[in-house]
Design a protein around this ligand. Sequence first.
Ligand code: SAM
Ligand code: SF4
Length: 482
Amino acid sequence: METGLGNQNGPIEEIIYDSETGQKLIKKGTVTFPPRKVFFKTFGCQMNYHDTERMLFHLKGLNFTQTEEKEEADLILFNTCAVRDLANTKFYSNLGETKRLKANKGRVVVGVGGCVAQTEGKELIKKYKHLDFAFGTDVIDSINDLVYRAYAGESKFKMNAWDRSENFSIETKITHGSPQAFVNIIKGCNKYCSYCIVPYTRGKEKSRKMAEIIEDVQRLVKYQGIQEITLLGQNVNSLGKENNESLAQLILELEKIDGLELIRYTTSHPYDVSDELIAVHGIAKKLSRHLHLPVQSGSETVLNRMLREYTPEHFLNLCEKLRLANPNIVLSTDIIVGFPNETEEEFQQTLDLLKKAQFDFIYSYAFSPRPGTKAAIMEDSLTDKERNTRLRQLQKYQLEIQAQIRSKLVGQTMRILVDGTNTMRGILTWKGRSNCNRIVHFHPEAVDQNYQWHWVDVEITSATGLSCTGKIKKDHGRIPPK
Ligand code: SAM
Ligand code: SF4
């Protein structure tokens, strides 16, 4: 199958066994790979974490297993994010640290992939002597060939070509064993919002065909026990525009898959949310009652400068239509505070929108100028200090809204899929996410009770702006009740 994420042109991999020890070895071209460890450091969004998972799947075929300890790794791979400067700075400091590790340990191979490597791969290779190779966002399916080249003795090379094939065609690759999976349905972005680097690091928008996605999900459900999927893309609402297909149609088809319990999708651009999709939120039984809809600002003039293509009125109208279609829908958003020359009045308009929209949670960021974007060269009267003060003010304001919304949840029972534990002041709680994406904690009935990946009904007993806690009403085990 054509992968669409880079062609695997290198030598094929072959399993052999050591004649003396019986140890499993992988032979690729002239190189024999004994069992080795790979350490990943991933920055940024779900898309990057999904790409890392994909690389791990491939590397298992080269005899690598994952380690959480950098010190014991033979191969260190960074998956970078360029969306804001903070992730960038963290990456550079992490990359610096690996220099010492490589000097102490000897043969450690270091590679950098993802958004930063896509645009700055050549400079990275030149500047960091201990870096062996760099690779872009469109070639992650070639990771084994890149690692092979490094172990074959090649060093200081980069691969960041764009995939030129017409369609985006892949198969979801996971090895984690959990019932949740991300499924990439569209890549790239054609929007060019004035602050955003994504179109430069992820390239032009390309959709997978609906038939391929459905087959992929059927396989995940049947053979890998997947119960919950999150359809992924920078703008999933653009899915299938070139093929006369749509996200709404896809959701209705995926609903028919037996054994699939829950469908989430992210991220949506408000301009592209169609009436057809809004209607699906009213009728689709397996679609999450949560929608993340990034508004970025509540000011019409700022939205204009951001090139977002909608007004605050359009956005609020959209929220209303979604709530009419499904009165239980929960909405969340992203906000950028301190866009170049944002006035106090424009900032207040954003607070006003938060009040009107009543989001269940938000991700909020101070504007970070990204090289090559339109906003980075706009004249700007704001200082970082002003931006950060506004950011704190906005977060405090929103937290009060959230606390009010959530106080009404006390007494309700929510079904969650348990995904882990938390220990606070020595007390262990289990936690999971509800259908509408709320984080819910609960105390186990017995200390040694294991609820991992169980479907559990929890009655909410207390709630803060950020999470809910409750007591377990019923443990359904791993199979959700009909
Ligand atoms: N595709 C999504 C959309 O259109 O809303 C968002 C993708 S972006 C990777 C995630 C979030 O990062 C954005 O919604 C925005 O709030 C934030 N972001 C992007 N560029 C930024 C910048 N230059 N400074 C601060 N935040 C930024
Ligand atoms: Fe960036 Fe999202 Fe705008 Fe695309 S739609 S340019 S990913 S913010």
